[in-house]
Design a protein around this ligand. Structure first.
Ligand code: IMP
Ligand code: MG
Length: 175
């Protein structure tokens, strides 16, 4: 399968994705039992993951999308800007940031600094994927669907230069 100049091959199928989503949801349901969680999915990459995850959640919740951008093509640019920042109403709440993928951790590190300024009661991080081998910041991803290597992936919300997001399975760049 080709997107722009890159060739991709199948990597993670629908069944494996839904198992990962279910595992994460069950842990969140257990950990936040009896509390209300302020879910903050990060646009645009987490939209499909969040849609499936949210249908598995049984805990009381509020939803507030945020949007921070840092990425161009297949490598991080290192500068993060807020397109849709955390709102004032996170103050005093139990915030759970929902990301598609943590790569270098630069974006998440920035978002954590931003949200903490608003003094939420607690902040945790959930990401469908993480690339531990690429991490450059001292951050903890509390809930991870699946760890991957240093490869570049698309599909299930993740894009290559804004394309490939609506693929229902995850593909990895070839070779
Ligand atoms: P970080 O700041 O390097 O951790 O990059 C995080 C952001 O880069 C994620 O929210 C994604 O939007 C994007 N990203 C990182 N790795 C990939 C990938 O393999 N495929 C598509 N997008 C990625
Ligand atoms: Mg993203």
């Amino acid at each position: 399968m080709k997107i722009k100049d890159l060739e991709f091959e199948p990597f993670i199928g629908e069944a494996e994705l839904s198992e990962a989503v279910l595992r994460v949801a069950e842990r969140i349901n257990a950990d936040y039992q009896g509390r209300k969680v302020m879910l903050c999915p990060v646009l645009t990459g987490s939209y499909m993951f969040f849609s499936d995850l949210s249908r598995r959640l049984t805990v009381e919740n509020e939803v507030c999308f945020v949007k921070y951008t840092s990425y161009e093509g297949t490598s991080s640019t290192g500068t993060v800007s807020a397109v849709l920042p955390f709102p004032e109403r996170v103050r005093g709440k139990d915030v759970l940031i929902v990301e598609d993928i943590v790569d270098t951790g630069v974006s998440m590190d920035h978002m954590l600094q931003e949200v903490r300024k608003l003094e939420p009661r607690s902040v945790r991080v959930c990401a469908l994927f993480s690339k531990p081998g690429c991490l450059q910041r001292d951050i903890v991803v509390d809930y991870v669907g699946r760890e991957i290597g240093n490869e570049f992936i698309v599909g299930y919300g993740l894009d290559y230069d804004q394309e490939g997001r609506t693929l229902k399975e995850v593909y990895v760049v070839k070779g």
